[in-house]
Design a protein around this ligand. Structure first.
Ligand SMILES: Nc1nc2c(c(=O)[nH]1)N=C([C@H](O)[C@H](O)COP(=O)(O)OP(=O)(O)OP(=O)(O)O)CN2
Ligand SMILES: [Zn+2]
Length: 148
């Protein structure tokens, strides 16, 4: 297999590293673009005005060159700090619809939550490193967003 070489002639290896973070939040599925009746029809029980909660699990994956000197794609301790800033501070133990301004006009589906996390992770990570945001809403419902 052909491998690119770095400036010292060493083979360039690409690695993927993931940090997992759990957080809890409540929400209600409700679109401002739909009538109350349409909202009920589309979202069913998830449109209940009292809302409901999830113990979400986010998996943040970065992809990049394994640095010949440090042996790392990036320091996982730095990734942990980024996750604190982007996920834990604004989202943990929050009402997504009421406490997070982004979701005042964007319905708080797990797809949109993944996009929100992606858009904010790219602002704090080194350029071109973020590969994937995966959110487990429940054990059975999982969403992946790769910035497309
Ligand atoms: N495409 C999406 N569909 C749904 C989303 C979503 O984010 N994207 N979210 C929900 C609700 O938030 C809901 O909490 C999930 O409901 P449900 O599937 O009923 O949840 P469970 O998997 O826990 O239910 P089981 O009864 O255990 O199957 C709905 N749809
Ligand atoms: Zn839900």
């Amino acid at each position: 297999m052909a491998e690119a070489a770095d400036r010292n002639g060493a083979a360039e290896r690409i690695g993927y590293i993931t940090r997992v973070q759990s957080f809890s939040a409540c929400h209600r599925l409700h679109s401002i673009h739909l009538s109350d009746e349409e909202n009920k029809k589309v979202y069913g029980k998830c449109n209940n005005p009292n809302g409901h909660g999830h113990n979400y699990k986010a998996e943040i994956t970065v992809r990049g060159k394994i640095d010949h000197v440090t042996g790392m794609v990036m320091n996982l301790t730095d990734l942990k700090r980024c996750i604190e800033e982007v996920i834990m501070d604004p989202l943990d133990h929050k009402n997504l619809d009421k406490d997070v301004p982004y979701f005042a006009s964007v319905v708080s589906t797990t797809e949109n939550l993944a996009v929100y996390i992606w858009d904010n992770m790219v602002k704090v990570l080194p350029p071109n490193l973020l590969y994937e945001v995966k959110i487990h809403e429940t054990d059975k419902n999982i969403v992946v967003y790769r910035g497309e």
